[in-house]
Design a protein around this ligand. Structure first.
Ligand SMILES: NC(=O)c1ccc[n+]([C@@H]2O[C@H](COP(=O)([O-])OP(=O)(O)OC[C@H]3O[C@@H](n4cnc5c(N)ncnc54)[C@H](O)[C@@H]3O)[C@@H](O)[C@H]2O)c1
Length: 156
C-alpha cells in the first residue's frame, strides 16, 4: 500500500511519514519545500526519511511541487495511484494569515480543492487532513471536537 503524504517535509508530515515507513508502508511525499522556515531543516528531514525507508526495506519518494498546481497534483494521483491520502501541506501560522492571506488562499483553499478532486476521481479509500484549532476561535471547551461550532475562526 502507498500513502500520499502532502507536507512530508513539514513538522507533522515528517513524523507521520517516519511512522508509516517504520511499519512498512510506502510513502509518496509531496512538498514544495517553501522557505516559510529554513528549508535546510526540511531537506534534513527528507534525508532521514530516505534512510528510514532503506533500513525498513520500503520506499519513500518525494514529488517536489506545489499543491496549487492542478496538473502536478492530478499527475501524482494518475501516475502513482496511492490508496490513501493525508493532506498536511498547508500554509501554517495564524498571524501570518492576516498579513499574507494570498498564500493561504492558494495552498489551503485552491490546493486543498485539487486534493479533493484527486481523491474523488481516483477512488481514494481514505482521506485525512489537518485543519487548524483556530477554526474554533475563542472556544474554551476542551478537547475540541468536529461537532463544535466554527462560526468565529481567528485565522483566515
Ligand atoms: N504544528 C501544529 O501544532 C499544528 C496544530 C494544528 C494544526 N496544524 C496543521 O497541520 C498542518 C501541518 O502543520 P505543520 O506544523 O506540519 O506545518 P509545516 O509548515 O511544518 O509543514 C507544512 C509543509 O507543507 C509544505 N507546503 C506548504 N504549502 C505547500 C503547497 N502549496 N504545496 C506543497 N507543499 C506545501 C511546506 O513546505 C511544509 O513542509 C497544517 O495544516 C497546520 O495548520 C498544525
Amino acid at each position: 500500500m502507498t500513502v500520499l503524504v502532502t507536507g512530508s517535509a513539514g513538522f507533522i508530515g515528517f513524523h507521520l511519514s517516519s511512522r508509516l515507513l517504520e511499519r512498512g508502508t510506502a510513502v509518496l511525499g509531496f512538498d514544495n519545500m517553501n522557505p516559510y522556515y529554513d528549508p535546510a531543516l526540511k531537506r534534513a528531514r527528507l534525508k532521514q526519511l530516505q534512510a528510514t525507508a532503506e533500513r525498513t526495506g520500503t520506499s519513500f519518494q518525494l514529488i517536489e511541487a506545489d499543491l496549487d498546481n492542478r496538473a502536478a497534483v492530478e499527475k501524482v494521483f494518475a501516475a502513482h495511484k496511492p490508496e490513501k491520502v493525508v493532506n498536511l501541506a498547508a500554509q501554517a501560522g495564524v498571524r501570518y494569515s492576516i498579513e499574507n492571506p494570498a498564500a493561504y488562499i492558494q495552498s489551503n483553499l485552491v490546493g486543498f480543492g485539487h486534493i479533493l478532486e484527486g481523491c474523488r476521481h481516483h477512488g481514494i479509500e481514505h482521506l485525512v487532513y489537518a485543519s487548524s484549532s483556530s477554526v474554533y476561535g475563542g472556544n474554551t471547551n476542551l478537547p475540541f471536537s468536529e461537532h463544535q461550532g466554527v462560526d468565529h475562526p481567528v485565522s483566515l
